[in-house]
Design a protein around this ligand. Structure first.
Ligand SMILES: [Zn+2]
Length: 404
C-alpha cells in the first residue's frame, strides 16, 4: 500500500521536567504529485547518474543545480541530491532542463562548501572547518570551534558504537553543515525563512532532512553577556545548562545517522527509531574530552515519564501504535509519552537485543526514498525482526521496571 506522506512534519522533542524542545524537520514531498519508482520492479533506476538540472524551486526561483538523481518518478519528476547535500524534489512542471555530467557524483569539498556558504549567507558569518564539518557562525569562531570539536568527537563515538555487521557505515558524501546564529532572535528569524514560522517554534535547534543542515544558535548567549573568548569559556558556560547541550548533541546525532547510511533521507523511517537513536546519544559527558562514555546512559526524566505513562495511560497495543505511524509524536498531547516510550524501547532493544536491533536498522536503512508503505507493513517488519509483540511487550515492561 502506498500513502502520500504529508507535506511537512515537525517533531518537537519535549523533555520531562525541563522545557527543552528539539526539532528534526522532515519535509516530505507534496501530496499526490510524486511516486517513487520501485526498484527491482523491472524498471531501471538511475541513481548515481550525475546531472546538471535547471528548474524552478518551490518559491519559483530559477536554479541550476549539479548533483545526482536519487529517485525518478513515473511522471518525470526527480529527487535530486545537490553536491552541497541538499535534496530537491522537482516536479515535472518545474523541470526545465536536465543534462548528463561527465564522471561520477562527487560531493562538494570542504573548500567548495565554505565558499558556497559564504556566497549564500553573506559576510556576517565566519566559516570554521573541521575534518568533516563546515560551520557558518554568527556566534564567533570560538563557539563554532567548540561545536566543531564536539561534533567530531560525537561522530567518532557514533562510528565506534555502530561499526560491524550488518550495518555498513559510510563516510558522509558531502560536508556536514551547521549554521550557528548568534542568539535566539536570529535563530527564530532564520528558521522562519528556512522551514516556516511554526516548524521550529520553541526549538533550540533543528536538523533538516531536506537541507541536510543543522541550524543552531549560541546557547551561551544571554541577555547582555559577552561572547566566549576561549574554548574553556564556552565549556564553562555550557556546563551551566547541560540540557542545552543535549539539544546540540541530539540534532548532531540525527545528522550523522542520516549521513553515514544508518538512516536514509526521505525514506519511511519510523520516528520511534530515528528519535530513539538521537535520544540514546544525547547524554553528553563534558568531563571526558577523548570519548563519549555516557552513550546509552539512563535518562531519568524519560524513564520516569515512561513509568508514569505505563502506570496510568498506556494501552496494551502501545508498541503497535508507536511503530505503525508517527502520529503520537506529532500530537502535542501525546508526544511526551511517545518520546519517553521511544527512548525506553530503544534502550531496551540495544541493551537486550542488539543483534535484532541492528538488523532492523539495516533493514529500514535499505528502504528507498519516497516509498511509503503504511502502518501494516511497519508492524509486519517490526514483528519479523523482534518476534511476537505480546512477549516483547512483557519483557519490555519488566526491563523498564528494573532499569536504574
Ligand atoms: Zn529529534
Amino acid at each position: 500500500m502506498t500513502y502520500p506522506p504529508p507535506t511537512s512534519r515537525t517533531q518537537h522533542r519535549p523533555a520531562p521536567g525541563v522545557v527543552v524542545l528539539m526539532v528534526a524537520i522532515f519535509a516530505a514531498p507534496p501530496v499526490g504529485t510524486f511516486y517513487a519508482r520501485a526498484a527491482g520492479a523491472g524498471e531501471a533506476t538511475s541513481r548515481g547518474e550525475p546531472v546538471r538540472v535547471r528548474f524552478r524551486d518551490a518559491a519559483k526561483q530559477e536554479r541550476t543545480v549539479e548533483g545526482r538523481v536519487e529517485v525518478e518518478a513515473q511522471d518525470g519528476g526527480i529527487l535530486l541530491l545537490g553536491r552541497d547535500g541538499r535534496l530537491w524534489n522537482i516536479t515535472p512542471d518545474r523541470l526545465n532542463q536536465r543534462e548528463r555530467v561527465e564522471g561520477n557524483f562527487r560531493g562538494m569539498s570542504s573548500e567548495e562548501s565554505a565558499a558556497a556558504l559564504r556566497a549564500e549567507l553573506g559576510d556576517g558569518f565566519e566559516i570554521v572547518r573541521t575534518k568533516r564539518y563546515v560551520i557558518a557562525s554568527k556566534a564567533g569562531t570560538r563557539y563554532a570551534q567548540w561545536c566543531g570539536a564536539l561534533f567530531e568527537r560525537l561522530y567518532d563515538t557514533f562510528h565506534i558504537h555502530w561499526r560491524g555487521k550488518p550495518l555498513q557505515l559510510e563516510e558522509p558524501e558531502v560536508p556536514l553543515i551547521a549554521v550557528i546564529l548568534a542568539n535566539e532572535k536570529q535563530f527564530v528569524e532564520f528558521a522562519a525563512r528556512d522551514v516556516g514560522p511554526q516548524a521550529a517554534a520553541g526549538a533550540k535547534g533543528y536538523y533538516s532532512i531536506l537541507s541536510n543542515r543543522m541550524i543552531l544558535y549560541d546557547l551561551t548567549a544571554g541577555e547582555g553577556s559577552t561572547p566566549a573568548k576561549t574554548l574553556e569559556d564556552v565549556q564553562r558556560k555550557i556546563a551551566q545548562n547541560p540540557f542545552n547541550l543535549a539539544t546540540v548533541v541530539h540534532e548532531a546525532t540525527h545528522q550523522i545517522a542520516f549521513n553515514t547510511g544508518l538512516h536514509t533521507r526521505q525514506a519511511d523511517n519510523p520516528l520511534w527509531l530515528t528519535e530513539g537513536m538521537a535520544m540514546y546519544f544525547e547524554t553528553p559527558d563534558l568531563n571526558n574530552r577523548t570519548g563519549w562514555k555516557t552513550v546509552g546512559k539512563v535518562s531519568d526524566g524519560r524513564l520516569n515519564q515512561f513509568r508514569d505513562y505505563a502506570q496510568k495511560r498506556r494501552k496494551s497495543n502501545s508498541l503497535e501504535t508507536l511503530v505503525a505511524t508517527d502520529d503520537r509524536f506529532t500530537n502535542v498531547d501525546l508526544a511526551l509519552d511517545a518520546y519517553a516510550e521511544a527512548w525506553t524501547l530503544t534502550h531496551f532493544l540495544i541493551k537486550t537485543r542488539r543483534k535484532a536491533y541492528t538488523e532492523y536498522l539495516a533493514r529500514i536503512a535499505a528502504k528507498k526514498p519516497l516509498e511509503f508503505e503504511g502502518g501494516d507493513k511497519r508492524i509486519e517488519e517490526f514483528r519479523e525482526v523482534f518476534g511476537d509483540l505480546e512477549k516483547l511487550d512483557r519483557d519490555f515492561l519488566r526491563y523498564a521496571e528494573r532499569l536504574r
